[in-house]
Design a protein around this ligand. Structure first.
Ligand code: F0G
Length: 424
């Protein structure tokens, strides 16, 4: 199956392609990000999304229906990069819930039946990261990797350590000292990840681990979201939302923005569904930054940066980073998961905003905490970064960009118990 899948540079003036078995975190020619691309004509593509419904009749993870049990691999025809089904590493991820949140809707002035919360914290390791890890571990197994690594604000490391332990890899995680909630740190330790705290923040950790993984001598497979296979799995969050809404797209999807992998995956999901004729309308996207880590909002909303067919203003990005260096800027927010000032997936996020007619906003820590309390009071709860979505929704309603009767899905990326300190 996999010779119809390949890796492709997202820069339209480069368009280099690479085989599916190469381990890359960027284009060898122009250093841009890579996509997983498919020659759909040579693949068995379902005629409608309803095709996936028959997969609900499964016996569970340890039956022959293990792939159907996974809320990611149930949609495997839409991420067919694996060679055979035996390559797939799954622990039963992606069985998450879309809740119609009428009590919360009422509190924030939306109409009943308009607001939905997608609880990705219900994944095995407690965050949306499992959707991506299952895909990246599948690729790691395909290429014979044995050691995997990531930099993390806590959830990626928890997920990596869990998958590594359950599927026989050695897991290594880099975290910034004092920059991670205790719940997440305890997970990496519990699952047996080799956990290194380094002086600095997430951006420093990622820079360091990318250097280490770039040296083939180290034999380390990188699991951060620059790995395009991870994002293939994260597309499934959108498929499940469509499924829970009888394949009717919502008007809006709202997601927190950190390293910008998730929003990028959502944009790719809808780009492909449209191309395949499987949906007729694409929802709008809102990406919400924390004010203390607002690079995307600064660039897009204040300085007008846009995808521009791939020819986005690279100078504007370089100059914001140069100014950060000069002033020794450090991001800071209570939403530690998204305390990131140099989001590596920025170009893909610009593309997602283009595809989904999106907007970006930022919200303060106070707004995040207030929204988090509301999700806990009138929902299943979530960690602070996830609540940025609800705070962002309130902002977009106040600006009359979202109206009370539009259908809105907020992606709650992490479980409430990830960061109980924030509540207590
Ligand atoms: N929400 C939560 C709970 C997260 O853990 C993250 C990212 C995000 C949102 C942002 O997602 O990076 O795709 O824009 N956490 C990463 C980590 C960085 O290391 O756990 P993004």
């Amino acid at each position: 199956m996999n010779d119809a899948a390949y890796q492709k540079c997202i820069n339209p003036s480069c368009n280099a392609t690479y085989g599916i078995d190469e381990v890359l975190t960027g284009c060898k020619k122009c250093k841009s990000l890579l996509d997983i691309a498919y020659d759909w004509n040579r693949l068995p593509v379902p005629k409608s999304m309803g095709f996936f419904e028959h997969r609900w009749n499964t016996k569970g993870l340890h039956s022959t229906g293990a792939l159907d049990f996974s809320g990611v691999w149930r949609f495997r025809e839409l991420m067919p990069f694996y060679r055979t089904e035996a390559d797939i590493v799954t622990i039963g991820e992606g069985r998450t819930i879309l809740q119609q949140a009428d009590l919360l809707a009422k509190n924030i002035g939306m109409q009943a039946g308009s607001l939905y919360l997608q609880y990705e914290g219900l994944n095995p390791s407690g965050s949306f990261k499992d959707n991506g890890m299952t895909a990246a571990f599948t690729h790691a197994r395909m290429v014979g990797a044995t050691k995997v690594a990531c930099a993390s604000t806590g959830n990626t490391s928890a997920s990596l350590a869990m998958y590594a332990s359950l599927s026989g890899f050695k897991g290594l995680v880099f975290i910034g000292s004092g920059k991670i909630s205790i719940g997440k740190l305890s997970q990496a330790l519990d699952y047996g990840g080799i956990t290194l705290q380094i002086q600095g923040d997430f951006d420093d950790c990622l820079r360091r681990i990318r250097q280490i993984a770039a040296d083939p001598k180290n034999g380390i497979y990188l699991m951060n979201s620059v790995n395009p296979f991870r994002l293939e799995g994260q597309k499934s969050i959108m498929y499940r939302i469509l499924e829970a809404r009888s394949w009717e797209p919502p008007d809006w999807v709202i997601v927190p923005g950190g390293n910008l992998g998730n929003c990028s995956a959502f944009g790719k999901a809808f780009m492909e569904l449209k191309e395949l004729g499987l949906i007729n309308r694409i929802p709008r996207l809102a990406i919400i930054n924390a004010s203390g880590a607002n690079t995307l909002n600064e660039l897009v909303t204040r300085r007008g940066l846009c995808w521009n067919g791939g020819n986005y203003d690279r100078q504007a990005v370089e100059s914001i980073y140069a100014a950060m260096d000069e002033s020794h800027y450090r991001p800071h927010t209570i939403a530690s998961a998204i305390e990131i000032s140099r989001p590596v997936n920025l170009p893909k996020a610009l593309r997602a905003l283009d595809v989904m007619n999106g907007v970006v906003r930022e919200v303060t820590d106070e707004e995040i905490l207030e929204a988090r309390a509301k999700v806990a009071r009138w929902g299943f709860g979530c960690e602070p970064a996830s609540a940025a979505t609800v705070a962002g929704l309130q902002k977009l309603m106040a600006e009359q960009i979202i109206s009370p009767g539009e259908s809105v899905v907020c992606i709650l990326t992490g479980h409430e118990l990830k960061d109980p300190n924030a509540t207590v």
